[in-house]
Design a protein around this ligand. Structure first.
Ligand code: GRF
Length: 221
């Protein structure tokens, strides 16, 4: 059976898009990646889509007079492609409440922090600055407030003594690539249910991805 028709919205390199492509091709994620939309023509993610035969379009926000007009075209592209679920994957445009509400509970985002800590930008630098012992990523359903909404899956990494933002970001990205396919699979299969604006999952489903460097800690008394 074909998976739920899913679009991925990108602005850049698209390593999370690649993780979703790999998981769907391997049968680890019950989604069919049916459309990629980038707001930047130079986004490398477009190349990834092309290599895997996924239809891709550029919708450049700069050629629209208003955010509403930009989003109206996004919405039309999604509906014309009969998209059911939408993944934001490094899509660097803030979406208005009108668009977010139209796709409520069908719109996911991945954010590079353990929300509700560090919404917004520069999350890795802020986690280092705060002296966090752990950091990570969150896949959540999108609500009108930035980086807010019911949490599907979180990935946790240790913050190591000699970390800089690059090393920490790379470690977080490793768990991002495991979290996003898992979260999309849970939603696509209907296993993730939204009750009272929180996600509930069937017993036995683990919504936590731990970085391998945390493994030793699990054995501590
Ligand atoms: C990721 O860190 C993601 O959490 C954030 O933007 C970055 C996108 O990276 N929203 P990529 O384009 O998927 O490589």
């Amino acid at each position: 059976m074909a998976g739920r028709r899913t679009a991925v919205l990108i602005s850049g390199g698209g390593s999370n898009l690649q993780a979703l492509i790999d998981a769907t091709e391997a049968g680890r994620c019950a989604a069919e990646l049916a459309l990629v939309i980038s707001n930047r023509a130079a986004a490398f993610g477009l190349e990834r889509a092309a290599r895997h035969g996924i239809p891709a379009v550029v919708v450049d926000h700069r050629s629209f007079a208003s955010r509403a007009a930009f989003e109206a075209l996004l919405d039309r592209q999604l509906r014309e492609a009969e998209i059911e679920l939408v993944c934001l994957a490094g899509f660097m445009r803030v979406l208005t409440p009108g668009f977010v509400d139209a796709w409520r509970d069908r719109l996911l985002n991945i954010h590079p922090s353990l929300l509700p800590a560090f919404p917004g930008l520069h999350t890795h630098a802020r986690a280092l600055e705060a002296g966090c012992r752990v950091h990570g990523c969150t896949v959540h359903l999108v609500r009108p407030t930035l980086d807010d909404g019911p949490i599907l899956v979180q990935g946790v990494v240790p913050v190591l003594a000699d970390d800089d933002t690059e090393r920490l970001a790379a470690r977080v990205l490793e768990v991002e690539h495991r979290c996003y396919p898992l979260a999309l699979d849970l939603l696509a299969r209907g296993e993730a249910r939204i009750e009272a604006d929180r996600v509930t999952l069937p017993v036995g489903v683990d919504p936590l991805v731990l970085h391998p460097e945390l493994a030793g800690h699990a054995l501590q008394p």
